[in-house]
Design a protein around this ligand. Structure first.
Ligand code: SF4
Length: 242
């Protein structure tokens, strides 16, 4: 694996072999993992929507590693951009680099969903929307795995991802994140309200450092496909890599 150093230009990930995690689809349908089991009719609908979704998704991602130039409390400065994420100093500890990323499954699935609504095929339309949400979550996991693998190749621990608008991180910082990692190379745009189009897109940030704190919350390994990783914390249960 190539292990790009910080300050490289944003880089589009090629050949993303994404596998959609069916558990993610059910989660968007309100099912609790390991507790709720879908009945045969729901499962048939999941299978139909998943088969359709697999044909429609166009997974793309762009990532940018940048060196941290200043750390002050919960503010991290990198690439001329200041990001303030409440609680990040305690959660991540001393990170020397940031990896910003934007990922999307494109808009063909969204367009097909709109057609299904028009045709009043509502159960399939709703399930297809959940397939799209599950797909882009799986893609964000995939990208986080790639970042961890790249960091490890350079002797760095990589944290779990965070996104503007989740938890206490102000969604308005989406603009700063896009300054670090513009989405235009993969067709993702940001509007005035900091919403992305295509809708099924996720922007994310991970930290990296020799002594970055990861052990107390790190869950990435459970879906990572890197065999024989010396740093694996839990066994792989499944993977989002085909
Ligand atoms: S197995 Fe875990 S530590 Fe190793 S690269 Fe994958 S996510 Fe990172």
């Amino acid at each position: 694996m190539t292990a790009p150093a910080a300050a490289d230009a944003p880089r589009v990930l090629a050949d993303i072999a994404l596998e959609i995690d069916p558990d993610e689809i059910l989660r968007f349908q309100g099912y609790k993992r390991g507790v709720d089991v879908p009945g045969p009719e729901v499962q048939a609908l999941v299978d139909e929507a998943l088969a359709l979704g697999r044909r429609l998704i166009e997974p793309r991602a762009v990532v940018h590693w940048v060196a941290v130039t200043r750390r002050e409390g919960d503010t991290l400065e990198a690439g001329g951009v200041a990001l303030t994420v409440p609680g990040i100093e305690r959660a991540w500890g001393p990170v020397a680099e940031l990896a910003a990323a934007v990922c999307t499954i494109g808009d063909p699935l969204e367009r097909r969903g709109a057609e299904l609504w028009e045709a009043r095929e509502l159960p399939l339309a709703v399930m297809l929307d959940s397939v799209g949400s599950g797909a882009v979550e799986s893609l964000a996991e995939y990208v986080n795995d790639v970042l961890c693998q790249e960091g490890i190749a350079r002797g760095l621990k990589v944290t779990n991802r965070i996104s503007p608008g989740y938890g206490a991180w102000d969604v308005a910082q989406q603009r700063e994140l896009f300054r670090l990692c513009p989405g235009d190379s993969i067709g993702v745009r940001l509007n005035e309200s900091c919403f992305m189009t295509p809708v099924k897109s996720i922007s994310l940030l991970a930290g990296a450092g020799v002594t970055a704190r990861v052990d107390h919350y790190f869950s990435q390994c459970a879906r990572c496909w890197m065999r024989d990783c010396a740093y694996r914390r839990v066994p792989a249960q499944k993977t989002v890599h085909r």
